[in-house]
Design a protein around this ligand. Structure first.
Ligand code: SAH
Length: 268
């Protein structure tokens, strides 16, 4: 038999944030290869009795590919379960290419990224009218170098929302880059560790000046999302530019304007 390999986004940690499709595939799986401690709950909760469940923590990419190939010869449905969305820092192509080369069918099921879970945990919006309409998903260089032009300092110059993955141990480098890009010392920064994990989530709010000390005090050194954004804290601002989409003056496909629009440009 030749099975199909599904790369399933497990979401950020809370098993309830798995998609309905991801859950169905886990329930049907003959074998599940999961990515470390962050997503083991979903695999063990939803994998059927008799399903082969393997942690990939101690495996090389070659070993993972070999395992997926081997299991696809035995089971109709094989799941590679990854944290958040498989398309973000998930070594997806490195795993799909050997499958394609071997003639094994595969597909990807998207997942809720930790960037979104972190914003949700803190009740924050990543975009805000007239403040920022752009979200940059990035990291700082660790062992993986950044391609030219993608240094955090260069990206920060846009003053857009930055969701910074894989960088909590490099907070000093994040601070350096934001300062070099001219962000003020009182710019708000949010750090969320284990976003969405029942009972384990930690939310730290600070500023460019003090976020590192606050994370140290909170003992946050892994599995954390850093969000730097001019939209942070907007829930408490005294004034706010209105979202045009819900403005009575703004007509769109589903609603006629009830007052004359000041300008006809569309934004949400
Ligand atoms: N594909 C994943 C990212 C994998 S890279 C996604 O879409 O979320 C691993 C990094 O993701 C971690 O270093 C951390 O920055 C972030 N991360 C993953 N799960 C997280 C969670 N529950 N809370 C906060 N950050 C998380």
């Amino acid at each position: 038999m030749t099975g199909k390999v599904w790369f399933v986004g497990a979401g950020p940690g809370d098993p309830e944030l798995l998609t309905v499709k991801g859950r169905r595939l886990l329930e049907e799986a003959g074998a599940i290869l999961y990515a470390g401690s962050l997503v083991d709950q979903a695999a063990t909760l939803f994998g059927p009795a008799g399903c082969v469940i393997r942690d990939s923590k101690d495996m090389t990419l070659e070993e993972m590919s070999a395992w997926l190939l081997e299991q696809s010869a035995r089971h109709a449905t094989v799941v590679r379960l990854q944290t958040g969305d498989p398309g973000l820092y998930g070594a997806l192509v490195e795993m799909t290419r050997p499958l394609t080369a071997a003639g094994i069918e595969w597909a990807v099921v998207p997942g809720v990224s930790s960037a979104f879970a972190a914003a949700a945990a803190a009740g924050e919006t990543l975009t805000l009218p007239e403040i920022t309409q752009t979200v940059i998903l990035t990291r700082v260089a660790g062992r993986t170098p950044m391609p030219p032009g993608e240094e955090l300092e260069a990206l920060a110059a846009h003053r857009a929302t930055l969701c910074i993955f894989l960088s909590i141990t490099l907070l000093h480098e994040v601070q350096r880059a934001l300062r070099a890009a001219g962000w003020p010392e009182d710019a708000p920064i949010l750090v969320v560790q284990k976003a969405s994990w029942p009972g384990e989530e930690k939310i730290v709010r600070g500023t460019l000046a003090d976020i590192k000390q606050r994370c140290q005090a909170g003992k946050i050194a892994s599995q954390a999302m850093i969000i730097a954004s001019p939209a942070l804290g907007a829930a408490d601002w005294p004034t706010l530019a209105r979202s045009r989409l819900y403005d009575p003056a703004f007509a769109h496909r589903f609603r006629k304007a009830t007052v004359a629009a000041p300008n006809s440009e569309t934004s949400a």
